[in-house]
Design a protein around this ligand. Structure first.
Ligand code: B4P
Length: 208
């Protein structure tokens, strides 16, 4: 066997030993207000090492910083209405272009309208990212109200909560048709228990 063949064999043995880089993981965490999206995002980040991008958090940061955009969206958020698609879309596009989102990310509470879902399709395709794993948290309405009243954020008032639930049913729940392979998860029970249900699905996805 010549020296060149030996070198080739050694190189291929080395490359066989290398694990192939994992494909990026994109997770959409959807569900009603108070469904536990923010709570479960934290578990997913810890377990799968991908950052959580919460549109609610991005919008609240604008309001808190009192930017011109923050002043513009404050009213809709306080009333529990959806913020304009163009505003949310551009915040998401900017965030997922950051280096920390290269290996994937969780979108918590996005998309919430048909037009956001169509925009996200284009964004993922442009960035060469895979189709997302779609997790939908399901929680009974009374449990949602109890959780949010206990949390007590500025938009967690009984009439605003009921309004947000109606907005979810009218605008956001119908977009699940856009994702025929979505996974409905029972969001009731201890947060760790809910996470175990999500973990099983994402583990299977990362093995694909
Ligand atoms: P979000 O910030 O997305 O808030 P959310 O839907 O109310 O909460 P989430 O589901 O994350 O619940 P969490 O884990 O916190 O939206 C707020 C507003 O921002 C919207 O109304 C809208 O105005 C705007 N917005 C956001 N995204 C938008 C978009 N894409 N387009 C347009 N507008 C947009 O849990 C809630 C509470 O329950 C917590 O106190 C938590 O501790 C508790 N909890 C969680 N899991 C539990 C469990 N298993 N058991 C008991 N309690 C639990």
């Amino acid at each position: 066997m010549g020296r060149f063949t030996l070198l080739l064999l050694a190189l291929s043995a080395l490359s066989l030993g290398q694990p192939s880089p994992a494909a990026p993981l994109v997770v959409l965490l959807l569900g009603p207000p108070g469904g536990g999206k923010g709570t479960q995002s934290e578990f997913i980040t810890k377990r799968f090492g991908i950052p959580a991008v919460s549109t609610g958090e991005l919008l609240r940061a604008e309001v808190k910083a009192d930017t011109p955009l923050g002043r513009q969206i404050q009213g809709s958020m306080a009333k529990g209405e959806l913020v304009a698609d163009e505003v949310v879309n551009s915040l998401v596009a900017k965030r997922i272009a950051e280096p920390s989102a290269r290996k994937g990310f969780i979108l918590d509470g996005y998309p919430r309208t048909a037009s956001q879902a169509a925009y996200l399709d284009r964004l993922l395709a442009e960035r060469g990212l895979p189709k997302p794993a779609v997790i939908v948290l399901e929680v009974p309405e009374q449990e949602i109200v109890n959780r949010l009243l206990a949390r007590g954020r500025a938009d967690d008032k009984p009439d605003v909560i009921r309004g947000r639930i109606r907005v979810y049913e009218k605008e956001s729940a119908p977009i699940l048709k856009h994702y025929p392979n979505h996974h409905r998860i029972d969001g009731a029970g201890a947060p760790e228990e809910v996470f175990r249900r999500i973990e099983r699905i994402l583990q299977a996805k990362t093995r694909d």
